[in-house]
Design a protein around this ligand. Structure first.
Ligand SMILES: Nc1nc2c(ncn2[C@@H]2O[C@H](COP(=O)(O)OP(=O)(O)OP(=O)(O)O)[C@@H](O)[C@H]2O)c(=O)[nH]1
Ligand SMILES: [Mg+2]
Length: 249
């Protein structure tokens, strides 16, 4: 088990709340499953992170759907501390009057967990302290009086919920690079856009992307692999469109 998840699990008994970081474009496939049974019973707050890259109307629907389930959910941009204000206040409001609230962050790979911890902990980082009494090598960042956050997030495997999950997780950066073929991923995305976003299908073409970027081998053949890699990295930077692959209903 990865060190971060081990730290979270080992501290399960003293953790009061869990912030589950999901990718707002794939809120189902990046849901944290397989949580320690002790952690599964804790207060849960969900951050739909990378909301800047997701379809805003779909994010609103997700927030409403999670709200109907009684879950505190927030749309966040892990790299912008300002976007974490509501999440931060929700954590503070859960702080027990006579004690402290200890928070752990968990989520699928690359969903923005570390960014969120850093952004939440920024101002109080100097006050971070080791608590050898709880678990060695684990640091708690003091967010404010009474609220501490475990500085190592727990990484949980994403879920392949349907056939499309694998390429969508790959495209969004939640699978290791060795786990997918970039050209196949882009081909799936092109087909998805043709079906679901015909308005954009003219813009989403690996062949024209490769040509635009001069990714052509001697002999005129497209350098598909390198073009697909570059395309994926441009997608992740939000160059093409805001998109949510999984609807809330
Ligand atoms: N556009 C955008 N980028 C983000 C957001 N949050 C984080 N990032 C970027 O996404 C990348 C991954 O963020 P991390 O915070 O390292 O993600 P993580 O979940 O800790 O990743 P692992 O530890 O590898 O599982 C970084 O390049 C961040 O700058 C966001 O809300 N929007
Ligand atoms: Mg991290």
């Amino acid at each position: 088990m990865a060190a971060g998840l081990r730290a979270v699990m080992e501290n399960a008994a003293v953790i009061d709340a869990v912030v589950e970081v999901r990718d707002a474009r794939l809120p189902r496939a990046t849901a944290a499953t397989g949580l320690h049974p002790t952690l599964a019973r804790k207060r849960r707050l969900i951050a739909l992170n990378r909301e800047d890259l997701a379809d805003p109307a779909m994010t609103d629907r997700w927030l409403a759907a999670l709200g109907r389930e009684g879950i505190d959910a927030f749309a966040t941009i892990g790299t912008h501390a300002g976007s974490l204000k509501s999440l931060r206040s929700a954590l503070f409001s859960k702080r027990p009057r006579d004690g402290r609230l200890r928070v752990a962050v968990v989520g699928a790979p690359n969903t923005g967990k570390s960014s969120i911890i850093n952004a939440l902990g920024r101002r109080k980082r100097a006050a971070a302290q080791d608590r050898a009494g709880i678990t060695r090598h684990v640091r708690w960042l003091r967010l404010a009086e009474g609220v501490d956050i475990l500085d190592t997030p727990g990484v949980l495997p994403p879920r392949i919920v349907d056939e499309a999950s694998a390429w969508q997780l790959a495209l969004c950066g939640c699978l290791p690079e060795t786990a997918y073929d970039p050209e196949e991923v882009v081909a799936h995305f092109e087909a998805w856009v043709r079906r679901n976003r015909p308005d954009k299908s003219g813009e989403i073409s690996l062949a024209s992307f490769a040509r635009q970027h001069g990714m052509i081998r001697r002999g005129g053949e497209l350098d598909g692999l390198n073009a697909a890699r570059k395309f994926i990295s441009r997608f992740r930077a939000g160059a093409f469109m805001r998109v949510t692959f999984e609807p809330s209903d």
